[in-house]
Write a protein that binds this ligand. Structure first.
Ligand SMILES: [Zn+2]
Length: 195
């Protein structure tokens, strides 16, 4: 496939790039690419649906609804800026010794590692090595799935600050113990709390 002039995915993207900012349903794009692909390469386009889904998973297309996709050039640029490049990932891994910063397990133990955005992308976290940390698959999964606890952490930070202002050391100590549990379990580490 590599020696073909145009890949199937490139052809799909060509159509979307010609029609940006518009919701495009499966049949429209499938009809066009199957005809176009056969004309250009003399071959059949076997499974366009799967290729479209892959492009959406890669963030190149936005899935609007079932079977409807959209191309937003700005979305693509933003996404690229926010994602770590393979070089940045390697730099992050190397700095962290190829180990999860939470549990210390890593490649040496055969554990899969990920480059995580300390401040998440959707909160404006940049793709800079300084905003990256190495997490094992388990801790990465946990971090992503414990976002709803952010409100809790913020609430205890506010309570802590208030208690300190009021000189209520008992409540401040109570909050600081809870917040330390957040910290030492690496939950919501991007929300800064200073004792
Ligand atoms: Zn870990």
């Amino acid at each position: 496939m590599a020696d073909q002039k145009i890949s199937q995915r490139e052809l799909i993207m060509e159509y979307f790039e010609q029609h940006p900012h518009r919701d495009i349903a499966h049949p429209e794009i499938v009809d066009w690419v199957t005809v176009e692909y056969e004309q250009r390469t003399g071959e059949k386009f076997r499974d366009p649906d799967r290729q479209i889904r892959t492009l959406a998973q890669q963030g190149k297309l936005i899935k609007v609804a079932k079977g409807i996709y959209r191309y937003e050039p700005e979305h693509l640029i933003e996404r690229e800026l926010e994602d770590f490049t393979p070089q940045q990932k390697e730099e992050i891994f190397k700095r962290d010794g190829y180990r999860c910063v939470m549990c210390g397990l890593g490649r040496a133990e055969g554990v899969e590692i990920h480059a995580d955005h300390i401040k998440p992308k959707d909160l404006g976290g940049k793709a800079e090595v300084s905003n990256g940390q190495t997490l094992c698959a388990a801790h990465n999964f946990r971090k992503k799935n414990y976002r709803q606890t952010e409100t809790g952490k913020k609430m205890f930070i506010r309570l802590y600050e208030t208690a300190k202002q009021l000189g209520d050391t008992e409540t401040a100590e109570f909050c600081s113990q809870i917040l330390e549990v957040f910290e030492c379990n690496g939950v919501n580490g991007h929300i800064e709390w200073k004792k």
